[in-house]
Design a protein around this ligand. Sequence first.
Ligand code: DCP
Ligand code: CA
Length: 389
Amino acid sequence: MARCIFHIDLDAFFASVEQVLNPKLKGKPVIVGGDPERRGVVASASYEARPFGIHAGMPSSKARRLCPQAIFIRAHFSLYKDTSAKFMKILGDFSPHIEPLGFDEAYLDVTGCIEPYGSPQKLALAIKERIHKELKITASVGIATCKVVAKIASDLCKPDGLLEIAPGKEQASLNPLPVAKLPGVGKKTEQALKDMGITTIGELANLPLDTIKRHFGATGTVLHSYAQGIDDREVEAPGEAKSISQELTFTRDTLDHDFLEANLHNLCQEVCQELRSQKKSAKCVAIKLRYADFKTITRQVTLQEASDVTQAVFTTAQQLLRKTLVKQEKPIRLIGIRISSLVGEEKQLPMFDSGTEKPGHLDKAIDKIRSKYGPTAIKTGNGISSEGS
Ligand code: DCP
Ligand code: CA
């Protein structure tokens, strides 16, 4: 079932809060930021100031030249923090799956929350109305099947907007947009892409993966997926990761079982090392496979006992992979592992209670070497180096 993700962003946040506190500022160009006399910069400009070309990050002196009638205000961070906390609390009333991004934006996974409202748009309207009623400021909401597309959508419909990019329409909606609209494409990447003759997201999506990897490495692989409207990241609160995942896109699609298993082992080693560094164990193991035609499947099992042992996680993932490969013999372009239902170390029960050398000992020794000399310094038998990124 397709996910339903909202990206919710308050409009002209700092400037809007100032307008709420001082109604005389309503409807006027308001600029919150540094002093125009003292080389300050614009932090937030009300939408009345935007037609003058004013945007965040611009020197305040320039903003004053562009719009002499603008009202300049110094930032009041404690007020913004207050409003931000209220904003996040409102969102939390609509879905428990919330991922705040900074002060004034958040992702919300509302997949299971739509029914009482009838449609994603109606739910989004309810959220917008509640924000407006309680905070007196407007928000823009992007709706899509994944985070990156939802974020682009909210940006496209600002201010006070609501835009749904329907399932299946991701690629067509993104194609004509300039690459700078893609999260992760900053000024430098935008210029580098321009030098390659790429100005739209559609052109970026159509580049061969090899080419983009050569220029931008692993970041290129991510951007390439985003440009195609593909983003499997979950909505989860930072610092409270409910899962750890790693994936690998191959340079060439493959059906070589040994190659797939070896890469799966490497990925297991990476996620388990991260798991152990967080002093946690995982109860769920899932694999992800993306086929050459971009169809993506995940298969998950729950372990009998939570574990942080690479070999235990790998053995489970390997069984999942083998079962899936028996059923489906299509070339694979991406393999991924995800461990979830994380529990603290104190809850961990022994997976192996016989034998002299417990597998965990080997893991600890490997972790030490890998953290000192890098992830490629040592691998156990199953791991071989791959052509992926
Ligand atoms: N901010 C800042 N300096 C920047 C960018 C932003 O101090 N260079 C602060 C002020 C903004 C807040 O973060 O109000 C949120 O940033 P946004 O990029 O979401 O900008 P706005 O909310 O002001 O405007 P928009 O309506 O475009 O979201
Ligand atoms: Ca904002």
